[in-house]
Design a protein around this ligand. Sequence first.
Ligand SMILES: Nc1ncnc2c1ncn2[C@@H]1O[C@H](COP(=O)(O)OP(=O)(O)O)[C@@H](O)[C@H]1O
Ligand SMILES: [Mg+2]
Length: 233
Amino acid sequence: MNIDPRPSVIEERLKNVKRIIAVTGWKGGIGKSVTACSLALLLAKKGFKTGLFDLDFAGASDHLILGAKGLFPKEEKGLEPPLLEGVKFMSVVFFSENKAVPLRGANVSDAIIELLAITQWGELDFLVLDMPPGINDAALDVMRFAKKAEVLAVTTPSLIARDVLERSLALYRTLKVPVLGVVENMARGTASKSAAARLRFDAGLEAALGSPSALLKTRFCRDLAAAVKTLEL
Ligand SMILES: Nc1ncnc2c1ncn2[C@@H]1O[C@H](COP(=O)(O)OP(=O)(O)O)[C@@H](O)[C@H]1O
Ligand SMILES: [Mg+2]
């Protein structure tokens, strides 16, 4: 008998969220977080009700990319995410106070499930999830609990990243998690065939981190805006 009440609580919490986009990639440092943050900003700018949830316990970084200083969720029958540039923003960093969190796999998974169960997103058109690298217990649990999740897979032109990408896509097929598309980031040459979108390497991106308005003006964001059209988001 399954007496864990959280799956039904999470389902209830996510009931009014139309689409959940899980930005994944099995490697670190390939641009998952900049993609997730920029995607959330672009969708909000287009007038969609948008949420962003940074789920990377070991390397939470969306608060830095978006310059989220002094923000904290409000406790009101659960947790209400603060609003940042029109995006409802939630991060595991709110609960780790920026320290490394020495949690074991099961605990990370538990903490993420707990946060999914208590966060009040309200009505959203899109909830963007910035997923941790790889496919550990926590990542599998997110897919299991957030049943609506569609994967936006980030990769780079590197042979290694592409090989890892193919393996991840095979697993999503097995798990029957829909894949919205593949984004090839830090693209320099011609795009690989499997990529739905191509984000060029942008030397100006680093300087724009910490400022949503500067981020939206980067070539990286312009490339992503074109990708959003291709992916029909
Ligand atoms: N297209 C790009 N052009 C230039 N720098 C990039 C690009 N994509 C990512 N970066 C940089 O690479 C670093 C890692 O990106 P990040 O989004 O944190 O990766 P991940 O979340 O996959 O670990 C960041 O400093 C980011 O600014
Ligand atoms: Mg990241």
